[in-house]
Write a protein that binds this ligand. Structure first.
Ligand SMILES: [Zn+2]
Length: 147
């Protein structure tokens, strides 16, 4: 792999030698990180917030894929028999893999709200909410978003 070399030929009295070297090192790192990208692609990346945003999105999607894959494999461990898998098992696997987040509520959830998607109002008695009821919220991986 070619290694770009960057020389800062005119350090001024406004910059220390260490700052000049740090700038040169950063420029070389940027050029190496962008190896293989066309200038047009780099301009597009810059227009959408730069590579850091893409790296975060890529990491998030990869993490969500791993969560969903692990969940699917736990569910498929019951296959082909599968007769003993129930809603409690699915909930346990979803919590285990970070797809459902337990949360305590003191009022019934709104089952029409996709962010809540909980039916505690049907399953719990009104007085249980004063002590707190364990409910579950869908994680981002189940909402179709990358973040
Ligand atoms: Zn609830």
């Amino acid at each position: 792999m070619p290694v770009p070399v960057c020389q800062m030929l005119w350090p001024t009295e406004l910059r220390s030698e260490q700052e000049t070297e740090a700038n040169a090192r950063r420029i070389v790192a940027c050029v190496n990180a962008c190896a293989g990208f066309s200038t047009e692609t780099l301009e597009l990346l810059a227009a959408i917030g730069g590579m850091q945003n893409k790296m975060v999105a890529t990491y998030t999607v990869a993490k969500q894929k791993d969560q969903l894959l692990a969940f699917a494999n736990d569910i498929l461990d019951s296959w082909p028999d599968g007769g003993s898998l129930d809603g409690g098992d699915i909930q346990e696997y979803a919590v285990k893999h970070g797809l459902l987040r337990p949360t305590v509520v003191h009022e019934p959830c709104n089952s029409d709200d996709p962010d809540q998607s909980c039916r505690c109002a049907e399953y719990c008695m009104p007085d249980e909410f004063s002590e707190g009821v364990m409910c579950y919220r869908r994680a981002d991986a189940l909402k179709g978003g990358a973040a």
